[in-house]
Design a protein around this ligand. Sequence first.
Ligand code: ADP
Ligand code: ZN
Ligand code: ZN
Length: 804
Amino acid sequence: MAQIAKVIVDVPTMQTNNPYSYLIPPALANQIQIGMRVVVSFGRGSRKVQGMVVGIDNESSFEGQLKEIDAVMDLQPVLNPELLSLANYLAESTFAFTISAIQTILPNSLKAKYEKVLTPTDTIEEAARQKYFATQPDMIFDENKLSTEDVSELLRLRRTNQISISYVVQDRAKAKTQVVIERAMTTSQLEASLAEVRKGAVQQKKLLQLLMDANFQTISQPALIESTGISNATLKTAEEKGWIVRRRIEVRRDPFKREVAATRPLPLQAEQQTAVTAISEQIEQDRYQAFLLEGVTGSGKTEVYLQTMAKAIEKGKTALMLVPEISLTPQMVNRVKGRFGHEVAVLHSGLSDGEKYDEWRRIERGEARVVVGARSAVFAPLENIGIIIMDEEHESSYKQDESPRYHARDVALWRGRYHQAPVVLGSATPSLETRARAEKGLYTRLVLPHRINHQSLPEVSVVDMKDEIRNHKESNFSSQLLASIKEKLQRKEQVVLMLNRRGYSSFVMCRDCGFVLMCPNCDISLTLHMDSHSMKCHYCGHEEAIPTICPNCQSRKIRYYGTGTQKVEAELKDILPEARVLRMDVDTTRRKGAHEKLLQAFGQHEADILLGTQMIAKGLDFPNVTLVGVLNADTSLGIPDFRSSERTFQLLTQVSGRAGRAEKKGQVIIQTFNPEHYAIQLAKTQNYEQFFAYEMKLRHESNYPPYYYAIQITTSAATEADAAKGIFKIAKQIREHLSAQSIVLGPTPQTISKIKKRYYYQLIVKYKKEPALGNLLEKVLQESQKTGRTGLQVSINPNPVSFM
Ligand code: ADP
Ligand code: ZN
Ligand code: ZN
């Protein structure tokens, strides 16, 4: 009986979620497995396409002549059965195509070019060794060059562990290089230089002494800077004076990976203990249960995560921990590494494809049993998961805003159920959805109401900037905030200042005619970038020079508008010249590792003030910070979206939580033009429960989530008319089927209606129960496929995080 493989094919313009049947060539019978990728011919032109084997049958319901599989790409499955069925779930629940779900789950490097190198193991049969490895220690597997018989033979050898495979990624990124410092003078020359160095040049002296040391060896520049604190400027001077030379050399991946000091479990506080016990019980009994761990900032949620993960590991299982954004949470990663050491794999976007692939393989081989990572780490190929943690579960970065539009929380819950393991959603300010589910009893709510050692929450005051502006000249700093900063600095304490840039950008505007420089391709203003001295579009990357004359009225009064971190930094230096300020924003953290370095410097009190955008609101735990100032709380309130109050409350609570985390009491000052707004008033008392109750009432009154489900349907086309026509047609189709209880918003042009020369229209359906809606939308999506890539495109976004 011939074997038939069910294959999901990768055809971009004519996607379908149904697998196609292909004959397995007799030579490959019993060798091809589910989860392997194959090459097949598809369609009338018999184009060669890639596909994924998702099933193997002995018969086919297909009547006609079946084509044979052309080639096998993998010698072992790249997706296990769990991840394959997860792909199906993703496709169904997010209106995505199965193939794009599969591609989302696979690591990038498997999609990139790589070589499969086969090496014989000790158990290889002599005949096979003679045939393949007589003249070479290993061989490259190239499905296009080998005969089917050879492929079949190699598959068998692989399956019986007679050969092993390693994948060598031909990294798209250039080879990694690093600057090293070499000594360029003899010891006596250096001694002579030392005598000439000016008295106050402490760093230069330090460097010379280091170079004169008999044990000095060529050292990498970052390592030198990190271990000695000698600045880049000093190294530059040293090079000019001929003491050292700096050379760029190629390095292997991550040779200077820093070791993190090991930590031991802390004795738990009573409430932490209750939480750990409740979660551990589920681990013990292999039971799925979702928990909401609602703990105020500094209440020790992390310790609960660590000790429950340890429980799972102890039981021989694995643990998955999700964080909003790895680069923003280096402290969290270090805490996990400190507890689990080499068992930890970290997945994040800063890794090259090669590095990511290395981590992926370590996980797959069971060498790393603890995985920490951002959104896409939820697909880590862990087996036997014993616990899943999602820190800061309310963060919107957990939702992917391109297809498949999944929310990592849903995937985490799915995997928890699959593995019969508890899922812990932690936050000081849970999303309304999650808190409401806990209310309904779907999640078990665990509360940590106090800070560790009953340190009180910081005292928050609100400053009305309208009064300030009336009484003073225009400044980013109210007199109250300024006085507090001075006081803290005098006491050698540290200050965190946040500039809320959400929904806000620095653009260029003409003060005479109001002209704003816009992107020629997209419907948004261009943003000023001081470091590159240019105007850039955040959507399409368009870049142009900063105008000096208004293109509209020729006035010279066209200038920078709005408050950027650089401008605030300049003002701060003006008012407080003695303060040492570290600025943290997209510009200062662009380089890999820059974020971590800034935080480390601040942690070592190399600066008094950390000034940054909302990226500083997350997860920082610095005991010496006693004042947090929010310069402008309002900007995120102005975003036209139903979640803007929730986001503002969350942001203010998060950033307030950075103050007074150790023995010293914390203070928070929030500057705003809307002091009466409930999101700000309730952030002042840091009363999440009260905020939850109030916001739920508003959502109920206006039929928003979590009382209603929402689905956003978007059309886009090269002309505005086509996009509009498309959406109105869909609106008509949908309206015919909807129940009276459901609500349709729109169609309308999107808030940003033109991106990359395409026009966007949208429609939002709010509903409580529409069992037929899913199928209907599936049909709409399939129909839209017929128009191809260039015409109308339709995308469907279930449970959008915003309606914009
Ligand atoms: P959260 O994540 O809830 O904001 P953290 O986990 O960062 O809080 O804890 C705040 C601080 O309290 C950290 O410095 C942490 O090391 C410390 N801490 C946590 N649990 C304990 C404990 N049981 N005993 C002593 N210190 C603790
Ligand atoms: Zn643009
Ligand atoms: Zn003008």
